[in-house]
Design a protein. Structure first.
Length: 130
């Protein structure tokens, strides 16, 4: 699937790029050689693929659920803060999509989904809410 037409794939690619940039500049490694960043990347991509809002999702930062475990949420925020401003020159197209995707302030599918559970209850969000 294309990052141009599939939001989940696009966000997964963006996460990969951001964690890669962070890891290179903080750990001097590529993500595949860094257990910490590999784990973070796998976790973040897994969350995206199990996002209950699918293509109607908002940015994770604006999500009413936020399915990340608290410690990992802080880790990914740190990566985003570092890599977000540095992505523009290296990955302008992904960056433009990132800004555009961030304009959605609440999930589209929220209108047709049951009310989300509280974040603490979503420790192991393993699939879409039916
Ligand atoms: S549920 Fe929220 S935080 Fe989790 S992947 Fe979907 S949009 Fe991101």
């Amino acid at each position: 699937m294309s990052i141009f037409t599939n939001r989940i794939e696009r966000e997964a690619k963006t996460v990969e790029v951001m964690i890669g940039l962070y890891c290179k500049n903080h750990h001097g490694l590529s993500v595949t050689d860094c257990p910490t960043c590999s784990e973070l990347q796998n976790y973040a991509i897994d969350r995206l693929h199990h996002c209950p809002f699918h293509e109607g999702k908002t940015s994770c930062k604006n999500c009413p659920i936020h399915c990340y475990k608290p410690g990992i949420k802080d880790d990914i925020k740190q990566v985003m803060r570092y890599s977000g401003p540095r992505m523009m020159l290296r990955h302008p197209i992904l960056t433009l999509f990132h800004f555009s995707d961030n304009r959605r302030k609440e999930p589209l599918s929220m209108l047709t989904q049951p009310p989300p559970v509280e974040p603490d209850e979503v420790e192991d969000c393993s699939g879409p809410i039916n």
